[in-house]
Write a protein that binds this ligand. Structure first.
Ligand code: SAH
Length: 345
């Protein structure tokens, strides 16, 4: 076969209308097809029973409906967290994690196969970068989890494998599709996007004025330390990053959330807690303190509980909101990138 299939699940309704017009089809078919793909979330054209048979055959020839094979599924006996390892149509792997909270299910999804940001503590980047995920591959992680559990996915965090702002256009299209009233209809207010700090893209995102929560992976209080653990900091310094964040809050009036993974002896001292408080004081923000997850090559150690809570106290005493993130799925290697790495070995 030498024809390229159309990725129909990545198309918006106006795009579907344009495509169907070329096939001589009426406009209303676009909404019907969109609803099959994004509301009923079927995986074959045969199930689209309100379409004429000839159109279904035509679509089968031209288009592909993005679907995954579940390679592994791990359920935590501790807290019900489910980790999925999916195989994509080209044989690559991607991971998602479903976390269960009192307020509902939250799904952590991936945006790239691998990552090219090179953070020294992160498993996702160790195996290198392969490719961007398409909008439909980002979406299908949400649909697969909903289909598998039969439960609602109430919120989404773009915190799995990959740097979302490095795959900007596909991620923006994903955000448009997932919020579509004819589809899953998930409000942007229930979506968090986490970035290591691609400053040019943060400005671009701010100007789009979306209602998503922006999460910044900060992890250090000085350029010296951040340069060492996060190569992106060699391009954009902490000062430039925080200026972009201020622009983001001014534009969107959304609270920014800062991720700070505590690494013993690297970024977890009382002095660093005070520095962090000084950097963030007076800004509309929240700090998530995360005990670093062990990654083989990195050789970093988790900070002790005592040190983590002392760090939090210093922040709070200085007027900066901070919580210590609960570790979920500790028994199933739920941290990003770990299953994909095992599968590659
Ligand atoms: N690329 C994006 C999103 C993916 S990583 C980003 O950098 O934000 C999701 C979060 O997990 C980031 O805050 C990242 O820095 C953090 N992280 C990566 N490896 C970790 C580890 N070993 N322990 C704790 N947090 C880690």
């Amino acid at each position: 076969m030498d024809h390229i299939s159309i990725d129909i699940k990545s198309m918006t309704i106006p795009e579907l209308e344009g495509y169907l017009k070329n096939l001589g089809q009426p406009k209303f078919r676009a909404k019907q097809i969109f609803s099959w793909l994004h509301d009923k979330r079927v995986l074959s054209f045969d199930e689209m029973t309100n379409l004429p048979a000839a159109l279904r055959e035509g679509l089968k020839n031209d288009c592909e409906i993005t679907a995954f094979t579940t390679e592994r599924k791990l359920c935590s006996a501790l807290d019900g967290t489910i980790k999925y390892l999916y195989r994509l149509s080209d044989g690559e792997y991607v991971e998602s994690v479903l976390m269960r909270y009192e307020h509902g299910n939250s799904l952590c999804i991936s945006t790239q196969v691998g990552c090219r940001m090179g953070c020294s503590f992160c498993a996702s980047t160790k195996a290198g970068f392969v490719r961007h995920l398409t909008p439909s591959e980002i979406l299908e992680q949400v649909y697969s989890a909903a289909r598998d559990t039969g439960e609602r996915v109430g919120s989404i965090v773009l915190m799995g494998i990959g740097e979302p702002l490095d795959n900007f256009d596909n991620v923006m299209r994903f955000l448009e599709l997932v919020a579509s009233p004819e589809g899953l209809n998930l409000s942007h207010r229930h979506i968090s996007l986490s970035t290591c700090g691609l400053v040019d893209r943060i400005y671009e995102l701010a100007d789009m004025d979306l209602q998503i929560t922006l999460s910044i992976s900060l992890h250090a209080t000085t350029d010296e330390t951040r340069d060492q653990i996060m190569p992106v900091n060699r391009k954009w310094k902490i000062g430039e990053l925080l200026t972009a964040c201020r622009y983001y809050t001014d534009k969107t009036h959304r609270r920014i959330s800062y991720e700070y993974s505590l690494i013993s002896g690297v970024n977890d001292s009382q002095e660093q807690a005070a520095e962090l408080a000084a950097l963030l004081k007076g800004t509309l923000c929240h700090v998530n303190l995360i005990p670093i997850n062990y990654v083989e090559e990195a050789g970093y150690e988790k900070s002790s509980r005592q040190r983590i809570y002392a760090f939090q106290k210093t922040l709070c005493d200085r007027g900066v909101n901070a919580t210590v993130r609960r570790t979920l799925g500790a028994d199933i290697d739920a941290a990003c990138g770990q299953l994909r790495r095992q599968a590659l070995r």
